[in-house]
Design a protein around this ligand. Sequence first.
Ligand code: FES
Length: 165
Amino acid sequence: MEINNVAEVVDDCIQKNGNSLIPVLQDIQSHYNYLPEEIFDEVSQKMNIPLIDVYGVATFYKSFSLTPKGKHIITVCVGTACHVRGGQRIVDKISRELGIEPGETTPDMNFTLETVNCLGCCAIGPIIMVDGEYHGQMTIQKAISLLNEFRTKLKKEEENDTSKS
Ligand code: FES
């Protein structure tokens, strides 16, 4: 993946978030979908924060990723409450469908599969979160239809892109 306009993106995120490192990094991550290596020097210099501290924050918080993620991030809860209601079977099914293990991204960069230990709403488990949106009382069938909805959406986007070029 090509990383463009690093200086402009970093400037823009600093302008929007002032001198607060975490919001700046969050904003950069939402632009690129992860924190590319190229941004670290730029952030360090422009915010006048030692490079080691910028890396320290980026690697400390689990919400930051230093590796590229897919367009859609599927997070399946495998905490106890969700696990006893079939959370692990849902992960296994999605994993087989996408051909990747949790923590991996599909080669076409469309999906990243992740697991977590609790999403904070155990009562409606098993839960999966897609791009930050919660889907409760999940079943294998519901998970597959959700996945297919995203696949259809991606296909349409691809077709639109092709017809524009
Ligand atoms: S264990 Fe899944 S939301 Fe708490």
